[in-house]
Write a protein that binds this ligand. Sequence first.
Ligand code: KG4
Ligand code: ZN
Length: 343
Amino acid sequence: MIILGIETSCDETSAAVLKDGKLLSSIVSSQYFHSKYGGVVPELASRAHQKVIVRVVDEALNSAGVKKDELDGIAVTYGPGLIGSLLVGVSFAKAMAYGLKIPIVGVNHIEGHIFSTFLMDEHPDFPFISLVVSGGHTMLILVDDFLKMKLLGQTRDDAAGEAFDKVAKLLGLGYPGGPFIDKLAREGDPNFVKFPKPIPSAKGTEKTDESYEFSFSGLKTAVLYYLKKINFQNLDEEEKNKIVKNVSASFQRAVVDALVEQTIKAAKDFNVKNIAIAGGVAANSELRKTMKEKAESEGLKLFIPDLAYCTDNAAMIAFVGYIKLKNGIKSDFELAPIPNLKI
Ligand code: KG4
Ligand code: ZN
């Protein structure tokens, strides 16, 4: 079964070809121009998808050595994401599937992230706990099977990646901020400032769904207040550089500790031995290191996809599409984007 995957939910235009679950090609075209605006500009994102989508799909087919008429189906992200961006991918996929007279299947972007580790040689056994951490999402999911999963908890406000991006902005760093903070934190002291833990307190003593929640907006505000208190803007360059490194390390410590603590707690509560993390923030070196150490000490096995499959990509969408089509699940041509699609 040869599947073409298409992903355009945010600012990456991506296409991938998968044969019987094995990846043949994966092309990602990133819209770097958003950095000068300090965040993704939705209107510009959809226009850029529209411009490059034909080229990206052609490149994926060519590098896989697959002709259009050899395709057995098309999988496309239909949410969650930016409506204008999703519309480009969904409309393109529908037109192509209609022309080729092959099935189309809509895929949830989050499910794509959850199963991205299955693109690697080593992947978790069911059941496993999935931590999806990106610029738009921070959630813990109990995954019983390909088509059976339960959301355990998520962020109440900002996503972890969004917090990285906002704090980077406060520190005068570029966008997206995660990679800058990751790098600078290596030279900083994680105990320099004690920032609040980004985990909301659970109501009462009974375990509730809230036990697996996160809250990053207070942490971001704490960084803002700290910088105001020390009059950051008026420090000389040398002092500023020192503060940037120390605040990066202290902020990152708070985020990583919360992500690790909640993930390990979920694994223990549900007696699950495998953990997978995915999404752009899974590229964070401190998160990878700390999660690995903690998982090992608890006798848990950790799976993280290669960097290229942590961030948005169509390979993970093609994979979920393959599983769905194999199980007789397909969409009809009424398929429409759902910007706030849930799992
Ligand atoms: O999954 P992704 O590519 O896009 C979506 O949001 O769906 O994730 C992008 C996010 C951004 O917020 C970015 O700052 C963050 O992932 N990120 C990182 C790192 N690399 C990317 N955050 C922390 N450390 C990193 N090394
Ligand atoms: Zn994503």
